[in-house]
Design a protein around this ligand. Sequence first.
Ligand code: 13P
Ligand code: ZN
Length: 268
Amino acid sequence: MDAIRNNKKLMAEIERIAEVAGYLWTKGWAERNGGNISVNITNLMDEEGKALPALAPTRQLNETVPFLGGNFFYVTGTGKRMRYVAQAPFENGSIIRIAPDGTSFDIIAEQPVGPTMEIHSHLMMHNYLRSIGRQTTVVLHTHPTDLIGLSHCKPYKDSTTLTRMLWSMIPEARIVVPKGIGLVPYAHPGSMELAYATIKQLEKYDMLLWEKHGVLAVGDDIIDCFDAIDTMSKSAQIYFNARWAGFEPEGMTHEQLEELVPVFNLPS
Ligand code: 13P
Ligand code: ZN
């Protein structure tokens, strides 16, 4: 489809999405169809692309997303595997156009690939972030084994305790994920309950842990979102490795964590 393929800026972004999809698979975070990605590409679309006709019947949204009216997203397809998104992003995902009133969307390119079952969470997250004036474009959801494992562990079923522990494993965690990680109580995949609980945590955090399920990161750049999850996953690995070796890791002290704030200009 020329309107899409001839758009160099858009194709460059699609390549970055494919690059990250490959990392998710290589990391072992994307069993079968695990994980999904949405990226707001409105600023990258040209007039010809924006005017493409719908490829499938219009889909109604359960919750209106007024701040996304007329926006365009690349969204990975439901049931699609990240390892194939990496190879063929337009066979395993599609471009959608949100209706001007934010109540529905059309799939416009390149194939009528139905979006992820988590589309409600993704769009409500994008909508919430726009509603508070943020220009965030990316929601990345994946299934990192170590972080999911921690969400099964009673002492860490609290955002503050979990964040503090992960930060204390390695300075980069505090630096790269300065707001920490918010725990979202379990609700089944694809549910509106999960979407509503997720939005609540976004008030405070840019990274969320869906209890017993997976992680989400929001940001302006998909590589940065991947790096943030990778850094927290590294912390979780250090913690588990220490436990397997038979000791409780000491963790950085409160003072060691606090001194990073002015040195790296972090929000406190
Ligand atoms: P989808 O294949 O519908 O994206 O679902 C995968 C997933 O991770 C659900 O949370
Ligand atoms: Zn998932």
